[in-house]
Design a protein around this ligand. Sequence first.
Ligand code: UDP
Ligand code: MG
Length: 324
Amino acid sequence: MNKPAVLYMVVPCYNEEAVLETTASVLEKKYAQLIEKELISEKSRVVFVNDGSSDNTWRIISRLHSQKPLLFSGINLAHNRGHQNAVLAGLMTVKELCDAVITMDADLQDDVEAVDEMLEKFYEGNHVVYGVRSNRKTDTVFKRFTAQSFYKFMKVMGADVVYNHADFRLMSARVLSELENFKEVNLFLRGMIPLIGFQSANVYYERKERVAGESKYPLKKMISFAMNGITSFSVRPLKIITSFGFFMVLVSIIAFIWAFVSKLAGNTELGWSSTLCSIWLIGGIQILCLGIIGEYIGKIYEEVKARPRYIVAEFLNNETQEEE
Ligand code: UDP
Ligand code: MG
């Protein structure tokens, strides 16, 4: 890999006016250091992707770009499409302009200091470098518990993801050009990138607390994200339902034999409540299973429509090294 590489950092932003300036100044310092150390070329940029924010986020991004066109770029999406789509929009927009991309959250929870090591691993020949959290000390007990259950559940359900890795990662231009061929509408990048293959490495970092503003991932969004991860990457739930169906049939055969035998033995039991209970139980299980199958059908519906995953309204970028 030619050194120093052109590094584009893609930062998705949704209503981040509270942290954006701080993030920009932290990244500015980092970039100056990296250029100094000849780890990245001067053509490197920080690309803020505005994911249809309703606050001043885009105004701040445009201002940053006009103040420092050789450092800050901006992508304005036509509307809010969620974190994963915003990241993808950034990646696909810059893929031909750079040698490597790092994706990072706008709230500085990911450690900028890990970038040096990511670049070193990149120069060692890794096409993907995953930022992996070494601990979760700063998380609330609740967030830690839900996040860890999420990784374990994902694994049980057959979707292989890198443990404790979110979306802080470096990818080479080669990986981006392969990622372009993944046309799915339901995005789950941390499941997709390992599928691409290529040599990869991990870099460990401590995840910090959000610098300002609040999380855009409340519990409801987190659950739907986890559900999406599973149903986009695995059909194991459907297989579990099938095995469960077989099991239920087996149980009912046994119950039938038992009822028949006890009738022959002359025990006409009242059995009203137990019958009622089992009807409810089985009814509930059937509806649940239908629901899971429905989730997949819903997904097929979205995928066959193949609507665009994001729409770029504007791309502010200065590719040359001259000021405008
Ligand atoms: N984000 C986004 N679109 C959304 C929600 C979030 O681009 O619809 C961005 C957000 O600005 C941040 C990143 O995704 O840069 C992660 O979000 P957040 O920090 O709120 O999630 P958490 O770290 O609490 O899981
Ligand atoms: Mg965050």
